[in-house]
Design a protein around this ligand. Structure first.
Ligand SMILES: Cc1ncc(COP(=O)(O)O)c(C=O)c1O
Length: 436
């Protein structure tokens, strides 16, 4: 385990490690293959699917950041998930959460149903009896995503890991939504962390990539073998960009968190917002756990628009500063409708079971000036209000429509009373003050 702090690990990722010319920023090794020293005398590197110096620098930096033994860089976040699943056989059971990224859900369910690669049991970790359900499933592996996508539900990583140990099960945590500077699952007992580096780690929305970090060396070695065997490894150029991205991870996350505090505060005051989902809110069911296991509440926020879904295009079309797009974690603010975009691969029943209502909207809050972000949201809400007025729809009617969506959204969840809160209260976990 490294004694260096995250700010140092990130700022110095790949710095001053060039053995050839001493370049301060790392060289980019764009090569598929490497010359042998002589017949039967390969050097450290032989072929870039197996190993590449640029990719290795990124893997090492991520392992140090997450406090793991080995960091493997993959071509996408999904290939990092595929890689972790190589530890399972058809006789094994994988427990997955009922709400997770739609692409991960599609992968798990299709590998189980169409390939019989393993068995899947879906558990709602927000239910009181989750431990009983996990125990009954007799899993070989438990998959967690916390905060979850798109409802930002929180799972107690340590509690799940403690139970997993008693069942000899592995715990994999998708840490994409927070990045290692805001949450370190291995320290809480997890065995493997996966990331879509496409998101906060790269931070500039210009590549797709993934990573997997193992707590122990043996699992890391086994998965490195599978990554090469299956051809899941990431490219050198993408690795170079992610390495560059993570050098600014801390200041970026700080700016993301500050802006998110303002956005959440603003959403709480809007009459066209039926409900805001953000773990930083004191009345969020996972608030206390988030405060304990995270170093900040993140920059992802979801909310139910208190209007019929017919008004969604009015809202999206009016926005100038929030771009309607898939993905998250870049410096630019993005907005999406999970039901038809990121989670379209979940059928209507699965979306309903996950608690997703038809007017659920997800924001990835960027690092623009918060005043511009709030002004943009304000004029989009005003556009919806105006359109409703033109249609003769009273806000009260619209709120009733949204409340119905909320009934679905809370079938598996404790109801959350709306409340307002000052941005200061949930801006940062106090632990982060020392951190920065
Ligand atoms: C939480 C989470 N995990 C994994 C992925 C998959 O990553 P990628 O798109 O890089 O394959 C995503 C993508 O949005 C995600 O949000």
């Amino acid at each position: 385990m490294s004694s260096r702090h995250s700010a140092t690990i990130t700022a110095r990722a790949g710095i001053a490690q060039d053995p050839a010319y001493g370049s301060v920023t790392p060289p980019l090794y764009l090569t598929s293959t490497y010359e042998l020293k002589a017949f039967k005398q390969p050097g450290k590197y032989d072929y870039s699917r197996s190993n590449n110096p640029t990719r290795d620098l990124l893997g090492d930096a991520l392992a140090e950041l997450e406090g793991g033994a080995k960091g493997l860089v993959t071509s996408t976040g999904m290939s990092a998930c595929v890689l972790a699943l190589q530890l399972l056989t058809p006789a094994d059971t994988l427990v997955i959460p009922h709400d997770c990224y739609g692409g991960s859900y599609r992968l798990f369910v299709n590998l189980a149903n169409r390939k019989q690669a393993f068995k899947v049991v879906i558990v709602n970790f927000q239910q009181d009896n989750w431990a009983e359900l996990v125990r009954d499933a007799k899993p070989k592996m438990i998959w967690l995503e916390t905060p979850s996508n798109p409802l930002l539900q929180i799972t107690d990583i340590k509690a799940v890991c403690d139970l997993a140990k008693s069942l000899s099960a592995l715990v994999v945590v998708d840490n994409t939504f927070l990045s290692p500077v805001l949450q370190q699952p291995l320290a809480l007992g997890a065995d493997i962390v996966v990331h879509s580096t496409t998101k906060y780690l790269n931070g500039h929305s210009d590549i797709v990539g993934g990573a997997l970090i193992t707590k122990d060396q043996a699992t890391g070695d086994e998965l490195k073998w599978w990554a090469n065997c299956l051809g899941l490894t990431g490219g050198a150029f993408d690795s170079h960009l992610v390495l560059r991205g993570i050098r600014t991870l801390l200041p970026r996350m700080k700016a993301h968190l500050e802006n998110t505090a303002f956005v959440v505060d603003f959403l709480q005051q809007q009459k066209l917002v039926a409900k805001t989902y953000y773990p930083g809110l004191k009345d969020h069911p996972g608030h206390a756990i988030a405060k304990a296991q995270q170093n900040g509440f993140g920059a992802m926020v979801s909310f139910d628009l208190a209007a019929d879904e017919a008004y969604l295009p009015v809202f999206f079309n009016a926005l100038q500063c929030f771009t309607l797009a898939q993905s998250l974690g870049g410096i630019e603010s993005l907005i999406c409708h999970p039901g038809t975009m990121t989670h379209a691969s979940m059928d209507a029943a699965a979306q309903k079971a996950a608690g997703m209502g038809p007017t659920l909207i997800r924001l990835s809050v960027g690092i623009e000036d918060s005043r511009d972000l709030l002004a943009d949201l304000a004029q989009a809400f005003a556009a919806v209000e105006q359109a409703m007025k033109a249609d003769g729809v009273q806000p009260a009617q619209a709120i009733a429509t949204s409340a119905q969506a909320e009934v679905q959204a809370t079938t598996a969840l404790p109801a959350v009373a709306p409340a307002t809160q000052s941005s200061e209260e949930f801006r940062l976990n106090p632990a982060l003050a020392a951190f920065w």
